[in-house]
Design a protein around this ligand. Sequence first.
Ligand code: SAM
Ligand code: SF4
Length: 317
Amino acid sequence: MSYLRLAVTDRCNLRCSYCMPAEGIAYLPSKKLLSWEEMLRIVQVLHPMGIKKVRITGGEPFVRNGLMDFLTELSHLKDLEVCLTTNGVLLESQIQNLADLGIKSINLSLDALDRDRFFQITRRDDYEIVYQNLLGLIEANFHVKINAVVMQGKNEADILALTNFAKDHPVSVRFIEEMPFNGSGQLEPILHWNHQRIFSEIQQAHPDIQIMPGSIGETATKYQIPGFSGDIGIIAAFTRTFCGTCNRVRVTALGQVKTCLYDDGVFDLKEYLRAGASNEEMADTFLRLFAQRPLNGFEAEKNRKGVIQESMTSIGG
Ligand code: SAM
Ligand code: SF4
């Protein structure tokens, strides 16, 4: 357990079709969300237990007031890598502040390099601003990973467009298999674009693509193409090929602990800490939960109380 993914809100300013229905989801009242103080305490408990990296996610982290103060508090914790995943819409005024806080790596979700396709997927007309903010992050020397979910009939053209973006820009473009967390309970019967099909699409255009060595706990299989400034990653998020080296623990905005993305929450941490749990009790609980985690995402899915109906905006990805 060395990597915490912390969802700081379930709210979002986009409506990506793979993540949320057009009308959004029923957001819970703010007091049902973990407070910034509670989240800081959770990180402070986990950090000495070996958590080396925390990723702030959501919902869209930048829609919650107080994010920058929270990041400032996290920046005071020694030897903790703080990263963010964002849709990039609200980044502009914060790029320099994020750099000043020592944040080096940002994942930006961008599924299409085209205004119409972006609109069709996110149901919002924010392509230009996100694209400019992407360039702003690159300019400010962040290590940028572009996350793109590949969907049948929506952004196949972007597999090569985004791959080519990595030719001239020092970014990691990561193609993600679509998972069934769209909040509608309606699931595609088959995965049209699995990791092998995404790879062959890229390989046909770039036969000299080569696999790169991976590191432990990494979900992306990484590739380089000779002459490219950036690299390519493919994440078999639905096929679940990487569970054996998983080092992650997730805390959702509602304060549920997840030891696998596919479980339905294995512990109500918010209630536990609001009932007065000590830091030692919390630490012991994390160790117990991590030791009991399922073998892989298929087992976690089998252990659920019901079928997947939730939205990724309440989980954090
Ligand atoms: N709002 C931020 C963003 O979009 O980057 C952070 C939260 S979002 C839930 C985190 C990541 O989950 C994004 O990269 C998004 O593409 C991914 N994601 C959301 N729903 C997904 C799904 N059904 N399948 C695969 N990835 C998904
Ligand atoms: Fe919002 Fe991110 Fe979900 Fe898109 S993927 S709706 S930006 S939380």
